[in-house]
Ligand binder design. Structure first.
Ligand code: ZN
Length: 259
């Protein structure tokens, strides 16, 4: 049974092919030292809140019932990752800048929840704020699981178009945040970096590959370097994190552990 601590970083709307264009040094570092796929699949609709609900609950949107960016309580509730962690007396922290994510975990499942509004501060600034707070909290408290959500790229995609220069600049700045937090926290954390969906033109939500294909990096002391991950779904992320931390998956979860 593994007993790792995990940091999950999600860059909203980050397409895998943007990483080749941006060529950030910390992307290269993770590719050298961890596992990767640029072909993981999200779920339909490829929209932020449905995709996040699927990531945390390991079922498709037709099962959890959240089909838009407006949260609706689950009719047949499934425990999410944070509820499973809470049952096992593990600690979770959330750091995010898009308010609709507030229902992703039950409030009592989280030891800490830090929200800085991207609408109010700008997403560019709010990305820095949530990164700073994640660094402070994780360094001081070492929660079993932390979730860092960076919303700036999606906003740049909607504003200027996916794969445009301002979008790629937002991807690059997000990787500056990723590098900063990973270098600052204790090095026994296992790091996952992924996205909820991609995008095309100024939108997403369809089943086009540009919208549905997401990257996944996993780096940690139990993960072989340069491992190529295959046939990965966003539903696999919660079971993988549960396995790493050493807690049970919920019965209803449909994804598989990747490590
Ligand atoms: Zn969006």
């Amino acid at each position: 049974m593994m007993n790792e601590k995990v940091l999950l970083i999600l860059v909203d709307g980050m397409r895998p092919d943007s990483l080749e264009t941006v060529n950030h040094p910390f992307v290269r570092h993770l590719l050298e030292t961890g596992a990767y796929t640029g072909q993981a699949r999200s779920v339909m609709p490829s929209v932020t809140l449905p995709c996040h609900m699927s990531l945390f609950h390991s079922v498709a949107p037709d099962r959890h019932g959240v089909l838009t960016n407006t949260y609706t309580p689950q009719v047949r509730p499934i425990n999410g990752l944070c509820e499973q962690l809470r049952l096992a007396k593990k600690t979770c922290g959330f750091f995010y800048n898009w308010g609709e994510l507030k229902d992703l975990a039950k409030p009592d499942s989280l030891a800490v929840s830090f929200f800085a509004s991207g609408h109010i501060h700008t997403y560019q600034k709010a990305n820095q704020m949530v990164t700073d707070e994640a660094i402070n909290y994780i360094s001081g408290n070492q929660p079993d699981f932390a979730f860092l959500y960076l919303g700036y790229t999606d906003e740049a995609g909607h504003g200027y178009g996916w794969m445009t220069e301002p979008y790629l600049q937002a991807v690059s700045e997000s990787w500056d945040c990723i590098e900063r937090v990973v270098r600052a926290i204790p090095d026994d954390y296992t790091i996952l970096v992924t996205a909820d969906h991609g995008g095309h033109e100024r939108s997403h939500g369809t089943d086009m590959p540009e919208d549905m294909t997401i990257p996944l990096f996993i780096k940690g002391r139990t993960v072989p370097a340069k491992l190529e991950l295959d046939h990965v779904s966003i539903l696999d992320i919660a079971p993988t994190i549960a396995r790493l931390i050493g807690v049970e998956a919920a019965e209803e979860w449909e994804g598989k552990a990747l490590v």
